[in-house]
Design a protein around this ligand. Structure first.
Ligand SMILES: [Zn+2]
Length: 308
């Protein structure tokens, strides 16, 4: 019950507002396939144009097979993402993976044909079992367009599951899929294209502030994950939302921000202050450096719970 309440609260934090739904606030979350561009020898992306509930979609194309990363919100977006995959990969074997199971990343998978091989970490399977369509229902309340896109949307069963890592040989290019533990969500998965030095980092390193979107989201785990991302030494990071980043800038940015959250919050807890007092003090200390107050609050709460 408590975990459920925290889920609802973190979902509100994720949505960014607890205010009544106003349709105009939410532009149509449509993947704009005309934005498709090649960013390295084997990788193409469709940028999200920073529209809420649109993911950056990725394609890794080898000689023998291709991998699609994230589906867009609901089957209609999934269908257009699949059309692009067909254009890029022709009759090659198709694999699909999602950076996490939030609706705009995963709930378009139904539109892919049965021959597409959906790969999931066991953590994603757990995440779906625990949270189900909770966030999809919330999203559907944003506007009639969201509701239409999510009509009859449901999670697709994995064809291939893995626990920690999965090496996928696409023919002349390898994709390494890694389950990263509970950071943004329980099922966070990164995709590393070593030959191209391109990292699909999900929500683990972006320009926008990190979102602690699950009751299991852990600050400690996030630091561990950032070290692992940095060790890959990516040339380009494709986050699940927002612009791509050169080098490790998003990683060092997240580490600096989360370190400050951790240390300031630990100071508050050590001084005997409540979590609400810590929220007030640390939020004031960040000021305009942390414009997304809901996301900052999520990070402070996690930091408070994990502080000694
Ligand atoms: Zn998400």
């Amino acid at each position: 019950m408590r975990a459920r309440l925290r889920t609802i609260i973190t979902v509100l934090a994720l949505v960014g507002t607890a205010a009544p739904v106003v349709a105009q606030m939410w532009p149509a979350p449509i993947v704009k396939v005309e934005g498709l561009r090649q960013i390295s020898a084997h990788v193409h992306i469709i940028p999200d144009n920073s529209v809420p509930a649109v993911p950056n979609v990725g394609y890794v194309v080898g000689d023998r097979a291709a991998l699609v990363i994230d589906t867009g919100l609901g089957p209609p977006n999934g269908a257009s993402v699949y059309e692009v995959a067909k254009k890029l990969a022709g009759a090659k074997t198709l694999y699909l993976v999602t950076t996490h199971v939030h609706p705009e990343h995963d709930l378009g998978a139904q539109a892919f044909p049965a021959t597409t091989n959906l790969i999931r970490s066991t953590d994603q399977v757990k995440d779906i079992a625990e949270s189900g369509l909770q966030i999809a229902k919330l999203f559907a309340g944003r506007s009639p367009i969201y509701a239409d896109l999510l009509k009859d949307a449901d999670f697709r069963k994995a064809d291939i599951t893995f626990e920690h890592d999965y090496d996928l040989d696409l023919g002349g290019v390898q994709a390494k899929l890694t389950a990263m533990g509970a950071n943004h969500t329980v099922g966070d998965t990164i995709i590393w294209i070593g030959s191209d030095r391109v990292l699909f980092a999900g929500d683990l390193a972006m320009r926008a502030q990190p979102a602690f979107a699950s009751p299991h989201s852990s600050l400690r785990q996030w630091f561990t994950s950032l070290d692992r991302l940095e060790a890959l030494a990516p040339a380009v990071i494709v986050p699940s939302h927002g612009p791509t980043g050169d080098g490790t800038g998003f990683i060092t940015g997240y580490r600096a921000y989360l370190t400050e959250v951790r240390d300031r919050t630990a100071d508050e807890k050590r001084a005997g202050r409540s979590v609400d007092q810590a929220l007030a003090t640390v939020t004031t200390a960040f000021g305009e450096r942390a414009p997304d107050k809901a996301r900052l609050a999520g990070a402070i709460k996690a930091a408070y719970a994990e502080a000694p």
